[in-house]
Design a protein around this ligand. Structure first.
Ligand SMILES: [Zn+2]
Length: 432
């Protein structure tokens, strides 16, 4: 699908309006940060959805608040209600045009330690907006919203429908957010393109991510008195050879498998494995008793490449774990799957990719760099549940600051991304 041409004078007006809105964009990002939508557990979604919804309504969007049903929400979330907000702006020129959806997640990860200032200040200073979520991704939500505003101020009449949503739970898998909106048809197949302003930076467009195979290995031993360990079988000791194999054999072998997907940073362009946690014995039980532990477990995060494929990875893990068990009589492991995510890749030359390429050229005078994400985000639900393959991530921020203390977003990033998103929307939907 080709882009609609945007008149040079309109293009110039859009970019001028983005620049003129600099202080407002930064202030709105700060306002969003000051509502601490910390997830887990998922706090203050209603307040944050209301803030975005009110602004969208004031800009002429038709606004829907969506409360996902309990079975789409994580256990225990009755105390932390989930809420999504969707704004729709139909074309003033009548029906029949394209549909573009800009989606941002409203949740942020907990502040964590290491901050020297209030992590939810949303302060604007030294040319940046500061606080948890500034980059990931309240800056992106602010840029998406202001893309619509600057189009209006520039006098652009869009030839299609522009949707902007703010959703829950991306940081914990997105089931009550984008996945639910896709399942319930609120992000639907008739959407031509989706842009998610995650913080890859104003000069990069993200066209996909690697896959995830997350599993637990349980070592099964035999309980006995700790003073006579030879009568039992120590499950913790049985994990040791598996840990060594992961470190000495899996890691280097996987590092030799490289993907054609342009994953950044460079170190993530290969298959990887990480042991997330290890549990065993009576740790945390309070009182220790002399026992040989009969159960110990590892949780392992295997990130795989599109070239590997989920089924092959699943078989390889099962085979390697079984082989390790077979090296000693009595050693027993069980593999339990925790989470699988298929890799996604935006089709080359897609409408969203080309629109962002055009937007970045206009707003920054630069060629956009195509990258892929080391981790997954809501792209997977758009592609696999909603059935919209034409999805990219493009938004302001500093990726390396996501989830870290001192998170901020340069105001220049906000302005550039707002301009580029506005141009991209104009080129997708057409203007008159
Ligand atoms: Zn994010």
């Amino acid at each position: 699908m080709p882009l609609h041409p945007v008149a040079a004078r309109l293009e110039a007006r859009i970019l001028r309006q983005a620049e003129a809105a600099r202080a407002e964009i930064a202030a709105f990002c700060g306002e969003l940060i000051r509502i601490p939508t910390v997830n887990p557990p998922g706090e203050n979604y209603r307040e944050c959805a209301a803030l975005l919804g009110d602004r969208l309504a004031a800009a002429g969007f038709e606004v829907t608040f969506d409360d996902p049903p309990a079975d789409a929400c994580p256990p225990g979330s009755a105390a932390y209600p989930r809420r999504n907000v969707i704004g729709r702006l139909e074309s003033p020129l009548g029906g029949g045009g394209r549909r573009l959806h800009l989606n941002g997640h409203l949740d942020v990860v907990p502040a964590g330690s290491g901050w020297t200032t209030d992590p939810f200040s949303g302060a604007v200073r030294d040319g940046a907006v500061w606080g948890r979520g500034a980059s990931d991704m309240k800056g992106g939500v602010a840029a998406a919203f202001f893309a619509a505003i600057v189009l209006q101020r520039a006098g652009a009449r869009l030839g299609g429908t522009l949707e902007i949503s703010g959703t829950a739970d991306e940081e914990t898998g997105g089931h009550a957010g984008v996945a639910w909106l896709a399942e319930s048809g609120q992000i639907a197949r008739d959407t031509d393109a989706v842009i998610i302003p995650e913080p890859f930076g104003s000069r990069r467009v993200c066209v996909g991510h690697r896959g995830v195979y997350w599993f637990r290995v349980v070592a099964e031993g035999e309980v006995a008195h700790g003073s006579m360990p030879f009568l039992g079988r120590n499950a913790i000791a049985d994990l040791a050879p598996l840990l060594e194999e992961i470190r000495n054999e899996w890691v280097p072998e996987l590092a030799a498998r490289r993907t054609a997907l342009p994953v950044v940073p460079e170190g993530a362009r290969v298959a990887t494995v990480n042991v997330n946690s290890i549990r065993g014995g009576q740790a945390g039980a309070g009182t220790e008793s002399p026992q040989v532990p009969d159960r110990a477990e590892l949780v392992v995060d295997r990130r795989f490449l599109p070239e590997e494929g989920l089924e092959a990875v699943r078989e390889e893990v099962a085979h390697r774990v079984r082989a390790c068990a077979d090296r000693e009589p009595g050693r027993r492991y069980r593999v339990e799957e925790l989470l699988t995510v298929e890799p996604v890749r935006t089709p080359a030359g897609s409408l969203a990719t080309e629109a962002v390429r055009y937007g970045v050229r206009g707003a920054l005078g630069a060629e956009v760099e195509e990258v892929a994400s080391p981790g997954t985000y809501d792209h997977k639900h758009v592609a696999r549940v909603a059935g919209v393959p034409d999805c990219v991530a493009y938004g302001p921020g500093i990726l390396e600051l996501a989830h870290r203390p001192g998170e901020h977003c340069p105001v220049d990033e906000l302005v550039h991304s707002t301009g580029a998103l506005a141009l991209a929307a104009a080129a997708v939907l057409g203007t008159r």
